[in-house]
Design a protein around this ligand. Structure first.
Ligand SMILES: *Cc1c(COP(=O)(O)O)cnc(C)c1O
Length: 365
């Protein structure tokens, strides 16, 4: 028998979340962001649930090939564009739309031989200082691109650094609007946080939104808002079984470093999930888990292949009991991945992406 651990991808949750995002921005087209193997969920595993999107945005060429192999004939956007000239050949062949964020990418395009001109998204650095042309250089980049026979339509794009935080998006929106005022082309500005939090601001709506994390059922601005506040459902559940039980006496410790010490006699369960499965080692004693659908907590340090949970209040739980590390238990109770990420001092994005290839993944509706 394989180790009793499994991740489940919930197709209906993906579909629901896509619908929730669409309701928030009904006039926008949606790029479903599926970079990093669909945030660890698996491109093939999320495709059914997200095929109602208007396009898929990602950045690895092999992921674009996988989306085409699934039969998707609609738009695919490479959000970092071409890394080398050869990549443009694949863009032509697979009809990929691609970002252009630097002069070198314009140079590559100018030398590229193609029968069909490319649809490009010209990216502005409006303040995040990651990728993109500075506002004062944006117009000249647009003019240069617009003159290339290799280029069909040019869309205008930027990315927010603080859509989930206090600083907000106003300054970046103003910079973007100022520098693009008289340029034609569709606009794409908002990630999940901007879409959900600033939907009332007409300027943030634009033509194409780029939600990622919200589609997977995590709140982009947790703990200010929970996934439930945004009407989002967990798209991934991680379950493992209890494979050992120990009876502790007062003073007994648990795991490496003996970081947890029992104050009184108690029962603990040992779960077939550890950091080699993608469960964060940083999760301290007290991180929430569900044991047979009821809230309990972890005890001691997470090891490579196992972690311990408190069974004090669950005498009926034992070897073979199902533990939900995050997501939805069989009885319908949900433990948000955002809570687990918070306990680990990180964000749900990182937990999702870190799901280990050794964990079997199943999809269900
Ligand atoms: C990852 C990414 C997104 C999606 O962001 P979320 O916070 O997951 O919604 C949107 N746009 C760009 C350019 C990205 O890199």
């Amino acid at each position: 028998m394989p180790r009793p651990i499994q991740a489940t991808i919930h197709t209906s949750a993906l579909r629901h979340n896509l619908g929730a995002v669409r309701q928030t921005a009904p006039d926008a087209q949606i790029w479903a962001v599926i970079k990093a193997n669909a945030y660890g969920h698996g491109i093939e595993q999320v495709f059914q649930g997200l095929r109602g999107a208007d396009g898929f945005a990602l950045l690895d060429l092999n992921e674009a090939e996988r989306v085409r192999a699934l039969g998707w004939r609609g738009p695919i956007l490479l959000i970092e564009g071409a890394f080398e000239a050869r990549d443009l050949e694949l863009c032509s062949r697979l009809h990929l739309w691609h970002t252009v964020h630097c002069d070198e990418q314009v140079d590559m395009l100018a030398l590229h031989k193609t029968h069909e001109p490319h649809r490009v998204f010209l990216k502005m650095n409006s303040g995040m200082n990651r990728l993109g042309f500075a506002p004062q250089r944006f117009r000249s980049a647009w003019t240069r691109l617009n003159a290339l026979p290799q280029v069909d339509e040019i869309s205008l794009m930027t990315h927010f650094s603080d859509a989930d935080g206090d600083k907000g998006i106003a300054a970046q929106v103003a910079r973007f609007e100022e520098a693009t005022r008289d340029l034609s082309g569709e606009r794409s500005l908002s990630n999940s946080a901007a879409t959900l939090r600033y939907t009332q601001q007409a300027s943030a709506k634009a033509d194409w939104i780029r939600p990622g994390i919200a589609l997977y059922g995590s709140s982009p601005d947790f703990p200010q808002h929970s996934a439930a506040d945004w009407d989002l459902q967990s798209a991934m559940s991680l379950h493992a079984d209890i494979i050992g039980v120990q009876q502790l006496q007062a003073g007994d410790s648990v795991g490496y470093g003996s970081s947890f010490v029992a104050e009184q006699p108690m029962r603990i369960g040992v779960v077939a999930c550890g950091y080699a499965d993608g469960y964060p080692r940083a999760c301290p004693t007290g991180t929430p888990v569900l044991v047979a659908g009821q809230r309990s907590r972890t005890l001691g340090r997470v090891s490579m292949d196992m972690l311990a949970v408190d069974l004090s209040d669950w005498p009926e739980a034992g070897i073979g009991s199902r533990v939900t590390l995050w997501g939805r238990a069989a009885n319908g109770v949900v433990l948000s991945i955002d809570e687990v990420a918070q306990a680990a001092g990180t964000v749900a994005y990182e937990l999702m992406c870190a799901l280990s290839p050794r964990v079997p993944v199943v999809t269900e509706d």
